[in-house]
Design a protein around this ligand. Structure first.
Ligand SMILES: [Zn+2]
Length: 318
């Protein structure tokens, strides 16, 4: 009976019937990192999550599919089911396998790039959105309770997720938007043999760049001062200045990360199930570098497209 009741929490008709999960616990602040693929979202999360009061969760939009269903290995080296964070989150939320499959589908569908215009216009899928919001609150509450943190850093990247989370966690969400130069992104997407990160051709990468930057601009417009933009090139060349700017925007204290960068000390990756493959290293070093500023295109088409896209980026205010 209990299992049935719990399961029904995520059925459309019984969204608010039981309150077993940590709904009496305070919601943490969620610092959401929005960006294109290959634009430093995972490393930015790691820098932020290494400060007291913060915890990172990687591209947590995939936790249902990659973690709770497929049991992928977490960056701590254990499968999700044996990870001290994610096994405890699953225990606290009491999500059944069926709940996880359904929530994974809901998240995938609502946050997809093609769904963005509907989310922006606040149209349709009312029941799915209610389930989404309930699950998002349970997930972040549980993470905060297990990690004893005030701020959860989520680097899921998708623009639609920023809007959906701002509805699910009003007043508790801040969004960091990171963009990368078109030349750098085209080059990064051209790289083969990246395993889980599939390459894109210059035209496909350009279309992606045009669309995602436009979506992110719309999010910024909607969320106003709750959304702050940074550039991948600035983060690489002068991380201290970027973190200082994030501190004054968000009211955070990021002194530990800033000191660690200055001393060339390693950062803990934490418990990331889905994200850039650097998560698998367990510890990462962040060395400031200006190489991202000197990125040259590696084919003629990319060479033609990159400056046009870069102008577009500037026009959008990134
Ligand atoms: Zn773990």
């Amino acid at each position: 009976m209990a299992a049935q009741a719990q399961q029904s929490r995520y059925h459309a008709n019984h969204v608010q019937t039981t309150d077993r999960v940590p709904s009496e616990q305070p919601l943490p602040e969620v610092l959401y990192i929005m960006g294109t693929g290959r634009s430093g979202t995972t490393i930015l999360e790691i820098l932020l999550a290494n400060n007291p009061g913060f915890a990172g969760v990687g591209e947590v939009k995939h936790i249902f599919r990659d973690g709770f269903i497929a049991d992928h290995v977490c960056s701590c080296g254990k499968p999700t089911s044996g990870c001290e964070l994610w096994s405890e989150v699953l225990r606290r939320t009491a999500w059944s396998r069926q709940d996880c499959a359904r929530l994974g589908d809901t998240v995938q569908d609502l946050e997809s790039h093609q769904h963005f215009p509907l989310i922006w216009a606040n149209l349709g899928a009312k029941q799915a959105r209610e389930q989404y919001s309930l699950a998002a609150r349970d997930l972040f509450r549980s993470v905060a309770a297990v990690r004893q943190c005030r701020v959860v850093v989520d680097s899921s990247k998708f623009a639609g997720r920023a809007l959906l989370l701002s509805q699910a966690l009003p007043e508790r969400i801040k969004v960091l938007c990171i963009t990368r130069s078109a030349a750098g992104l085209l080059k990064a997407f051209a790289k083969k043999n990246e395993g889980e990160q599939r390459p894109k051709g210059a035209l496909a990468a350009s279309a992606y760049y045009l669309y995602v930057l436009l979506c992110m601009r719309l999010v910024k417009w909607r969320l106003k001062e709750r959304c702050f933009s940074i550039r991948f090139e600035d983060l690489n060349s002068n991380p201290d200045a970027v973190l200082a700017a994030v501190e004054s925007w968000g009211g955070y204290s990021l002194g530990v990360a800033r000191a660690r960068i200055a001393a060339s000390e390693a950062f803990d990756v934490g418990h990331i199930v889905t994200g850039n493959r650097l998560r698998k290293k367990g510890k990462v070093n962040f060395e400031p570098s200006t190489s991202a500023l000197r990125r040259k295109a590696d084919n003629v088409l990319a060479e033609i497209l990159a400056p046009i896209l870069e102008t577009y980026r500037r026009v959008l205010g990134f």
